[in-house]
Design a protein around this ligand. Structure first.
Ligand SMILES: [Zn+2]
Length: 376
């Protein structure tokens, strides 16, 4: 069953149907997933289209978190956020490029106002800031404080009803373990859209994931809703029900496409225990990173890139503190990196690849390495 949006024709951010790999309201440990993830078949470079006439008001490049992302103010004043992008559209790209040169920094952000028409290409999907390629889509109220379920405006296909798996006492109430999948194979566990709990005929709990408060302090309150419990199963969510358990308890869980599951609950006798707080691990990195052999590659958008593999003493990945590329005149050169690619990328835009490039790379403990590189 497909969920059809309130809008006359549902918005397709990628211009074609793409299946969900994460739903709105999923637990991310201490916070909610405030948007949805759309599959790009593990590819990069799918055009991301404007949902209506409007303007891109913010663009940022980052190596972590959202990675490259933009905020788009739509005609209805709501804000759309698209994250993990590989490229911006040329108009945004040239402004970001200018800012990078000005700040001599790879990761910059910018407030702007660039108008686009409905269906225009705003950017291209990618994997910046995260492990594998997909498009993260958020929709927020105009003040940015409430995250709205993007599936209200889109077609979010889900063919499998939620699984209600278990129930156990917790605190002064109880918790219900649920997981939802949108399609076969069952590899992307999701959260449900709504959960109603009845005792006999009486409704004792009701929750619908249409919106989530976005303020960071409010997001943290996930502990009172989806519990971070000690459980070897990490794919299901434990929903906390602030009501006395007992007999004749019925749970009704719905997904975004209105597939329904009902189950009479047998509440276990053993209480759930919350996970201990994760303690921060401190690494001591004493050896500077080392460089692999440089090679040239053309990316999907036709940009020639000089790719420089980096090995670091910690996990064999990028864990350095700072990178600085300069051409022979000492001018800063635009570069790029992902936290997971173990590569530094330099674009053939601001300097001649035939010239040597000087690179200064510093590890976390400030052990630095300076090297001359030639991209050929
Ligand atoms: Zn996401």
């Amino acid at each position: 069953m497909a969920f059809f949006a309130e809008a006359a024709s549902p918005y397709l951010p990628l211009g074609k149907t793409a299946y969900l790999t994460s739903s709105f309201g999923e637990s991310r440990g201490t916070r909610y997933h405030a948007g949805i993830d759309l599959s790009t078949n593990m590819e990069e470079g799918w055009p991301v289209l404007a949902p209506s006439d409007g303007a891109v008001e913010f663009a940022a490049r980052g190596a972590f978190g959202y990675g490259r992302h933009i905020k788009f103010k739509a005609k209805d004043e709501h804000i759309w956020l698209f994250a993990h992008l590989s490229e911006f559209s040329p108009k945004i790209d040239s402004l970001i490029h200018r800012e990078m040169l000005k700040k001599e920094k790879a990761n910059v952000h910018l407030s702007l106002k660039l108008r686009f028409k409905k269906g225009d290409t705003l950017a291209y999907s990618g994997s910046t800031g995260i492990g594998n390629p997909h498009l993260h889509v958020e929709r927020r109220t105009s003040n940015g404080k409430v995250a709205l379920n993007p599936c209200k405006m889109m077609q979010c296909t889900d063919t499998i009803a939620p699984y209600i798996l278990d129930a156990a006492p917790f605190d002064s109430g109880f918790a219900i373990k649920i997981v939802d999948y949108s399609r076969e194979p069952l590899e992307n566990p999701m959260s449900v859209y709504s959960l109603d709990v009845f005792q006999g005929k009486k409704l004792i709990f009701s929750k619908k994931y249409d919106s989530l408060p976005f303020a960071p302090d409010k997001m943290a309150k996930i502990k009172e809703d989806l519990l971070n419990v000690q459980d070897p199963d990490t794919v299901s969510d434990w929903h906390f029900i602030k009501a006395k358990g007992g007999k004749n308890i019925m749970a009704v869980a719905k997904d975004f496409a209105n597939n329904v599951s009902k189950k009479e609950l047998v509440i276990r006798s053993d209480s759930l225990k919350l996970k201990d707080k994760d303690t921060a691990i401190v690494f001591l990195d004493t050896v500077p990173p080392s460089l692999g052999k440089v090679f040239l590659k053309t990316d999907f958008a036709g940009k020639v890139q000089c790719r420089i593999p980096v090995l670091d003493s910690l996990a064999g990945g990028l864990d350095f503190d700072s990178v600085d590329f300069r051409d022979k005149n000492g001018k800063w050169v635009i570069f790029d990196f992902h936290y997971n690619t173990k590569e530094l990328l330099v674009e053939k835009r601001d300097f001649d690849f035939k010239e040597p490039l000087s690179l200064k790379l510093c590890g976390k403990t400030k052990a630095c390495k300076e090297e001359k590189i030639k991209c050929e």
